[in-house]
Design a protein around this ligand. Structure first.
Ligand SMILES: [Cu+2]
Length: 153
């Protein structure tokens, strides 16, 4: 058996006989429980350190696609991405009239600014798994062929 003697800030363990005063035995038992709890805490702490070096990056993917707009089509007109995430579509207007790009589906809808011939603009959207429509929202451009599809697998 051991008894903890506190001297200043230093804890010193000294042997005591089991038959010593009841109070000392109770103290030793309490001390043992505290020491056991500290051991558990230290083990947990080591586990945390081990995991700290192997952090896995998850969450949003990020990629930019370049889309060309002409009178009246998008190139490419279909885009496929491997995973849900935040994606940006850069639209360059290679046509002779104003265009824009809008992506709509899965409850989301995002539209770029209107782009004058020779200029560019972008639209960023959080894509979930599923299919989205991609089209030019200006006048009747969509009906004239400015539409496509974005698929998220
Ligand atoms: Cu257009």
């Amino acid at each position: 058996m051991y008894r903890a003697d506190q001297t200043g800030t230093c804890v010193r363990l000294t042997p005591v006989w089991p038959a010593s005063e009841e109070g000392n035995i109770t103290f030793v038992r309490t001390f043992t429980v505290v020491a056991a709890l500290m051991s558990v805490f230290l083990v947990a702490g080591c586990g945390g350190d081990d995991n700290g070096g192997e952090e896995t990056t998850t969450g949003t993917a990020s990629q930019t696609f370049s889309i060309s707009a002409t009178d009246y089509a998008f190139t490419p007109s279909t885009v496929t991405v491997d995973a849900p995430g935040t994606y940006t579509f850069d639209l360059t207007n290679d046509g002779a009239t104003d265009h824009a790009i809008e992506i709509e589906g899965q409850g989301s809808e995002e539209r770029s600014d209107t782009v004058s011939p020779g200029d560019s603009a972008s639209v960023t959207i959080d894509l979930q798994s599923g299919t989205y429509e991609m089209y030019c929202p200006i006048d009747g451009h969509r009906a004239q062929g400015m539409e496509g599809e974005v698929t998220v697998s």
